[in-house]
Design a binder for this molecule. Structure first.
Ligand code: ADP
Ligand code: 5GP
Length: 233
């Protein structure tokens, strides 16, 4: 039986990598989907750990051969999830965590309607800017233009967030990790069809708070308001 696909997306700087790393550390039986990309290695990245780094020619050959579950062009580079990644995880009896953008999330949802999509929201534009600046400073280069572009991109991504099954605001890290792992545990428990343990009941209650399936997310409007008017382009 195929495992559950969990899709996570977020504007850059929202804290997605931090949350994903914590989730993978805490929740057993969940594997990270290593995507293929045509962008170069960054910092301490290693081939096969963060990504499979391939040439544009190889990526296009993989598209032609129908090897991708989904793929998209993000910031001028190709990124894609190979179908074999899902099969490999299912063979090992694991669920899979996909860290992909909104375009990819929409494609996966179409092909695998049973997948679970989660959007990580920053608390506000101001907090997102601070996190982007802090991270850039710790990496040794702050480029105001890049930060402004990321903030404009963030607004567009947040506007698309209602298509996701769940959303959570990454304000306090501990709470966000708790909410994220609750969503995973709740989806597993509800699909198993058995009686729920007290821990599973708690997870289901928390997941319900993060669910967008039952109606619009009230917090979303307030967060979008902090981004002000959209910039025409
Ligand atoms: P992303 O993967 O979404 O681009 P990162 O995980 O790299 O974001 O986080 C961006 C920055 O924000 C990092 O410096 C990280 O330590 C910090 N950060 C992440 N989550 C929180 C949080 N809940 N509170 C404060 N800082 C956070
Ligand atoms: P980065 O280059 O910073 O690692 O990632 C840039 C963006 O590409 C992020 O939004 C990330 O979620 C997205 N991304 C990474 N892998 C994939 C993938 O396989 N498919 C799609 N559609 N997006 C991806």
């Amino acid at each position: 039986m195929a495992g559950i696909l969990f899709i996570i997306s977020a504007p850059s700087g929202s804290g997605k990598s931090t949350l994903v790393n914590e989730l993978l550390r805490l929740v057993k039986g969940l594997e990270f989907s290593v995507s293929y990309t045509t962008r170069g290695l960054r910092g301490s990245e290693r081939e096969g750990r963060e990504y499979h780094f391939v040439t544009r020619e190889r990526f296009e050959a993989m598209i032609a051969a129908g090897e991708f579950l989904e793929h998209a062009e993000v910031y001028g580079h190709y990124y894609g999830t190979a179908a074999h990644t899902l099969e490999d995880a299912a063979t090992r009896g694991c669920d899979l965590l996909l860290d992909i953008d909104v375009q990819g999330a929409v494609q996966v949802k179409e092909k695998r309607p049973g997948s679970v999509s989660i959007f990580i929201l920053p608390p506000s534009r101001q907090v997102l800017e601070k996190r982007l600046r802090n991270r850039s400073m710790s990496e040794g280069a702050v480029d105001d233009k890049v930060i402004e572009l990321r903030l404009q991109e963030a607004r567009k991504e947040i506007e698309n967030s209602p298509v996701y099954d769940y959303s959570l605001v990454n304000d306090r890290l501990d709470d966000s990790v708790d909410h994220l792992s609750s969503i995973v545990l709740a989806e597993r428990a509800l699909r198993s069809g058995g009686a729920l343990s007290p821990e599973e009941q708690r997870a289901v209650a928390i997941a319900k708070i993060c669910s967008q399936r039952s109606g619009p997310n009230r917090k979303l409007r307030a967060i979008l308001d902090t981004f002000g008017q959209a910039v025409a382009n």
